[in-house]
Ligand binder design. Structure first.
Ligand code: FE2
Length: 423
């Protein structure tokens, strides 16, 4: 006897409606009688969404203490420097927990958060470490020691990074393009790799998040990864300068990224509004070279980066919204590319985070997301709500589909935005 059977499910690999059996919190090949049956009516089922890049310590602070009038990165940094003075453990926990509830409602069951450690008291990290323990079994939370103001360029930066690791940071970060000199940037990357290697941790670096084509620290990350044998354990985030590199340099660099096995995370929401601010026209998009990286076999994921903070006033924690934006700004509207965008918010970030018990397969965990749409293209087009989210076979989030009626030729008619031919 199954605990639960989901009937008429479509998956990315098997688009014909079929049943999925669940027993003891795991997916089974068996589709026999079940204690409970839910008819999904042909809806798309995927493994859980994974958020590989967000700043939970800053979420939901938009307008505090003042709004960002220009919307620029630099005004955002100035406002954050004012807001951060009022940070308390309770303040961070309350806002981060609310954002995590939004993410759970959107089907996100694993999150990697960068946490600013340029604070002698490390309040944000202490707060999120508490939340990480409280949410164990609900959402898996990984914390990156992220030196927002630099490691070498911030007083006591190296010691704060060591302290953050001692406090339980899962991942070591850096921000080389923000250091005072090119040489300091290189040294900060080497410091982060050495610290991670010493403690057996992963690396995730804010790298080359600038329009400056001379910002070239991803090459240092690739070299350190190769030298230290850390393939598969290192992520380069943002890398927007890659958009502006000359083709010959980009070709060589992408070859080295593939050789090093770096994971790449692009953040289409924030970088769509923060990059290109010095351009008067044409205005560069400032996204990394997603398609070229993928053609070279590199694992690329989509991050949300911010939810309602001084840098990005919008968002509700839905990776699908970020994927929708990348479909446009990254020219990823081809048929296979629309499906790949779903991979970029599920299996790709799961690999970057090193999640070991993940994936839609017999024997795998019954952690599932049901989109209120039949296909990946429809899910993206409609930025469809998550009809159901299951964790270990139990429903942890449910969204009632919206129902819209119109008056049409004298009678009421329901509109669902699906083609009549879609079964
Ligand atoms: Fe970021």
């Amino acid at each position: 006897m199954l605990d639960l059977r989901l009937d008429n499910a479509r998956t990315l690999d098997d688009p014909a409606p079929h049943p999925i059996g669940i027993r003891d919190g795991r997916i089974t090949d068996d589709v026999a009688a079940a204690r409970e049956v839910i008819d999904l009516g042909g809806r798309l089922v995927t493994p859980p969404l994974v958020e590989p890049h967000i700043h939970l310590d800053a979420v939901l602070t938009v307008g505090q203490p003042r709004p960002n009038v220009t919307g620029s990165l630099f005004e955002g940094i100035a406002i954050w420097a004012e807001r951060v003075r009022d940070l308390t453990i309770e303040d961070v926990k309350e806002r981060a927990a609310e954002a995590l509830r939004w993410q759970l409602a959107n089907g996100v069951l694993a999150v990697r958060s960068h946490v600013d450690v340029c604070d002698p008291q490390l309040k944000a990290l202490r707060a999120l470490a508490e939340l990480r323990e409280e949410l164990r079994g609900t959402i898996e939370l990984q914390l990156v020691a992220f030196p927002q103001q630099g490691i070498l360029g911030f007083p006591g930066g190296e010691d704060l990074m060591r302290e953050a690791v001692a406090l339980g940071a899962d991942v070591v970060g850096a921000i080389p393009h923000y250091e005072l000199t090119r040489e300091d940037g290189v040294e900060s990357v080497r410091f982060a790799f050495a610290l991670a290697a010493e403690h057996g941790l992963r690396v995730d670096i804010h790298c080359d998040e600038t329009d400056d084509e001379h910002s070239r620290f991803v090459e240092v990350m690739a070299a350190e990864t190769i030298r230290r044998g850390l393939t598969g354990r290192v992520t380069a985030s943002h890398t927007t300068a890659m958009h502006s590199y000359n083709a010959a340099y980009a070709y060589r660099l992408i070859g080295n990224i593939a050789r090093a096995g770096l994971h790449m995370v692009t953040n289409p929401l924030d970088n769509a509004v923060l990059q290109g601010r010095f351009d008067t026209g044409p205005v560069r998009r400032g996204h990394t070279r997603v398609k070229q990286l993928q053609e070279a076999g590199v694992n690329v994921s989509i991050g949300h980066d911010s939810i309602m903070d001084p840098w990005y006033p919008l968002g509700y924690g839905d990776p699908l919204q970020a994927a929708f934006v990348l479909a446009h700004l990254g020219h990823m509207s081809g048929d296979a590319e629309l499906r790949r965008l779903i991979d970029m918010i599920t299996v790709n970030p799961a690999a970057a985070l090193g999640l070991d018990d993940y994936g839609l397969r017999p024997g795998g965990p019954a952690d599932l997301v049901v989109f209120d749409a039949p296909t990946p293209a429809d899910a993206l087009r409609l930025i469809s709500p998550r009809y159901l989210v299951l964790r270990a076979g139990a429903v942890v989030a449910r969204t009632e589909p919206a129902r819209t009626t119109i008056s049409w030729a004298g009678s009421a008619r329901t509109v669902d935005y699906l083609r009549p031919s879609t079964p």
